[in-house]
Design a protein around this ligand. Structure first.
Ligand code: OAD
Length: 237
């Protein structure tokens, strides 16, 4: 019997770019405000894709290719261990589009901002796994149309995935933990307020206080690859 089960039955974990930073995946809001040399608006909006699909495809193709050279870090492995061993409810909501949580073995996981390794055909509306470059000439494996496949990534101005499921989990959570996210992008940035209002204890693990830091009961500052394993060990003791 896990002792913390007496305090918590239901946990929601939110992860952001800081979760994968120690694996060598770039975060979004670095000191110069650029993301891999691009402004977010130039590569992460539907308008950008309409204006310059080649640039947007090249950007996501490069990021997808990079996934082959990175590995889950100790933080991802710790969350996968939590997933395997926590007997209560758990939902890991990631804003990350990499596949490091699942490669570490996490199962109770959803990607609210989509996934680099999936494509979406705007002609037939199918979504499907994708590996390798996508590029403009990509052919939809469902309907066979060329040039209508885009990365299955939620861009600015688009609705994140599975919001109903996330809201339900936040309503019943008694522990909410936010890891490696700046708290700059809604709706994820507002999850702490929902969870707290519904009575959950709220813990933040981040390199520096996030924009929503004041809403958390506790903030632990440091690297996710060090602090997340320590927190999971505490919880599972
Ligand atoms: P950000 O780049 O905005 O924030 C990353 C956070 O992680 C910052 O607060 C850093 O201090 C922290 N951090 C960096 N390294 C860390 C480490 N090793 N351990 C712990 N924390 C660390 O990334 P997100 O908050 O994830 O959306 O960004 C949210 C969304 O904005 C993204 O999902 C993306 C972007 O636009 C879409 O693409 C739709």
């Amino acid at each position: 019997m896990v002792a913390s089960l007496e305090r918590y039955r239901s946990i929601v974990v939110l992860t952001g770019a800081g979760m994968s930073a120690d694996s060598g995946v770039a975060t979004f809001r670095g000191p110069d405000g650029l993301w891999e040399g691009h402004r977010v608006e130039d590569v992460a909006t539907p308008e950008a894709f309409r204006r310059d699909p080649a640039l947007v495809h090249a950007f996501y193709d490069a990021r997808r290719a990079k996934l082959d050279n990175v590995e889950p870090n100790a933080g991802h492995h710790a969350l996968a261990r939590l997933d395997a061993q926590w007997p209560g409810d758990l939902l890991i909501v990631t804003q990350n589009v990499d596949d490091l949580h699942e490669r570490a073995g996490a199962r109770r996981l959803l990607h609210m901002h989509g996934e680099l390794k999936r494509g979406w055909c705007t002609a037939c509306d199918r979504r499907f796994p994708w590996s390798g470059p996508m590029g403009e000439p990509a052919v939809c494996p469902g309907c066979g149309q060329t040039g209508q496949v885009r990365p299955d990534i939620v861009w600015f101005g688009e609705m994140p995935y599975e919001m109903e499921r996330i809201d339900e989990a936040l309503m019943t959570a008694d522990l909410f933990v936010s890891i490696g996210t700046s708290g700059a992008v809604y709706p994820a940035a507002g999850f702490v307020q929902t969870a707290r209002y519904r009575g959950a204890r709220c813990l933040e693990i981040n390199l520096e206080p996030s924009q929503g830091s004041i809403f958390f009961h506790e903030t632990r500052l440091g690297r996710a690859s060090e602090l997340v394993p320590a927190w999971v060990a505490e919880l599972l003791t």
